[in-house]
Design a protein around this ligand. Structure first.
Ligand code: ATP
Ligand code: MG
Length: 467
């Protein structure tokens, strides 16, 4: 009882700077019958967090992308909570709560249940900064924003109207400060405030606009779209790690192909990833490369939409493959042996990427493994197939090889052989190897193969590009 009382007093703690200025006036209260959010789509843990905070006398809401997805009838992949409690106050209420971030602290509340642990991200309402002082770079980009604020201010600093709604699971009411629900009905993606200014504050918002338009199928409001054509270059100033994260989100959104088209239509792809320039600018002459990338992206989208996982290393390996193939062939033409030619091509391909936004090292080793496995699929005799199967990344390499078969860059018969080999018992595997031996040299497993007389030795090197 006493602690409750203290908490109530704390609620009026001046630590939370409630500037009275409400940048957007009072919110619209939208009742259940209008927003039609299905409570079954809610995370029980997110509800637990809002409930606990409310019991302690604070305001607490589910916020941002989760409310947007709920209103679209989609189960959100993660839940954020916004509150007027400070991070310290939040932390005291939960057993597994960790303070994250230095300048602007948020709290991660973790729940362990069946399956993966769930993290609910709890942030304190933040204020909108004005355009003065050392918080803003010359370009208008915000460098620091770490001042607590009112809920109205918190809403005004968000990006799109549909991302600025607050849902209270207890009353099942949505608080809508910027007409997000009306925009949902109109299927419009609209920036809060003056779009050009908001893009200058944070150029990443241009990429977010394209990603959300692709994901929701909504149309970008004309005023929201217009400044992008002129401001695209501002993305060059964004720290490359942040840019990379955003591009990764775009590629892993489940709508990557549509989003990439969106980037091109908005003129945003240049200089982001050299590979995007390549994919989007190339004409008929690189149709094969485009087909491969398109298929890889469609495959990724399909996996993500059906709830399967996708590794970023795999995805980048596919996007860079056409470039790698070109370099590999060029090395072979110079007379290099197959394996060194491939490894040299991998170095070149990765180095070219670093002229734009670098692909982080953690994905680089995955990519290298997947690529260097490719010629090994052509060795189908002796111990080779067994050794390959035992590689830790075999599955990724195999999936990658199947993609190559699907575009005809690799002989589909090779894909079928491996699919059978994986499923076969030891006797079946021996039989498959015998048939591969008999076949060896008689049919090109690689369309890029330079045809040559069949090698007489049974344990011949693989029918790779170099054969
Ligand atoms: P998803 O998680 O599905 O990609 P999201 O909308 O939840 O979409 P997050 O990056 O998780 O996106 O951000 C959560 C919320 O924080 C957003 O809905 C938005 O309200 C706000 N937000 C995120 N990034 C920005 C930004 N760059 N500028 C302004 N507001 C932002
Ligand atoms: Mg989110």
């Amino acid at each position: 009882m006493i602690t409750k009382f203290i908490k109530r007093i704390l609620r009026r703690d001046p630590m939370i700077k409630h500037t009275q200025a409400n940048h957007s006036g009072a919110p619209k209260h939208i009742p259940k019958k209008s927003h039609r959010i299905d409570p079954h789509l809610l995370s029980k843990n997110a509800v637990k967090v809002t409930h606990t905070l409310q019991q302690a006398g604070y305001e607490a809401f589910i916020v941002g992308g989760a409310v947007r997805d709920l209103a679209l009838g989609i189960g959100p992949k993660d839940f954020d909570v916004a509150t007027n409690a400070t991070p310290d106050q939040v932390q005291k209420l939960f057993r597994k709560a960790r303070l994250i971030g230095r300048r602007f602290q948020i709290v991660h509340v973790t729940f362990f249940g069946k399956g993966h642990p769930e993290i609910i991200e709890v942030s304190t309402f933040r204020a909108l900064l004005d355009n003065a002082g050392d918080h803003v770079a010359e370009s208008g980009r915000i460098l620091r924003d770490n001042v607590w604020g009112s809920q109205g201010e918190d809403a005004a600093r968000r990006d799109f109207t549909i991302n600025a709604m607050y849902y209270d699971p207890s009353s099942e009411t949505v608080l809508d400060y910027h007409g997000g629900m009306a925009d949902m009905q109109k299927k419009t993606l609209r920036m809060i405030g003056e779009p050009a200014k908001r893009y200058r504050e944070d150029p990443i918002r241009m990429l977010r606009a394209i990603r959300f338009a692709a994901k929701t199928g909504f149309t970008l409001d004309a005023n929201t779209r217009a400044p992008i054509a002129e401001l695209g270059d501002l993305l060059q100033d964004v720290p490359s790690a942040r840019l990379f994260d955003e591009i990764l989100k775009l590629l892993m959104s489940g709508y990557s192909w549509v989003a990439i088209q969106g980037l091109r239509d908005a003129g945003l792809h240049h200089g982001l990833l050299p590979l995007l320039d390549h994919i989007l600018d190339s004409g008929e002459d690189s149709k094969g490369a485009n087909d491969f990338v398109k298929l890889a992206l469609a495959n990724t989208d399909q996996r993500i939409q059906s709830g399967k996982s996708v590794s970023a290393g795999f995805l980048f390996a596919t996007l860079l493959w056409p470039d790698l193939l070109k370099n590999w062939k060029a090395n072979l033409a110079k007379g290099m042996a197959n394996t060194p030619a491939l490894h040299d091509a991998m170095d070149d391909t990765i180095a070219t990427q670093s002229s734009g936004m670098t692909i982080q090292r953690r994905f680089e080793s995955d990519m290298r493994e997947i690529w260097s496995m490719q010629p090994r699929f052509e060795k189908r005799v002796g111990r080779y197939p067994y050794r390959l199967i035992e590689s830790p990344r075999f599955r990724a390499g195999y999936d990658f090889m199947l993609l190559r078969c699907a575009t005809g860059e690799q002989n589909p018969a090779l894909g079928e052989w491996w699919t059978d080999f994986i499923a076969a018992d030891p006797a079946g595997q021996e039989a498959l190897m015998a048939s591969a031996k008999a076949d060896s040299g008689s049919s090109a497993t690689s369309p890029t193969k330079r045809r040559r007389r069949r090698k007489p030795k049974s344990d011949a090197p693989p029918e790779t590009l170099a054969s």
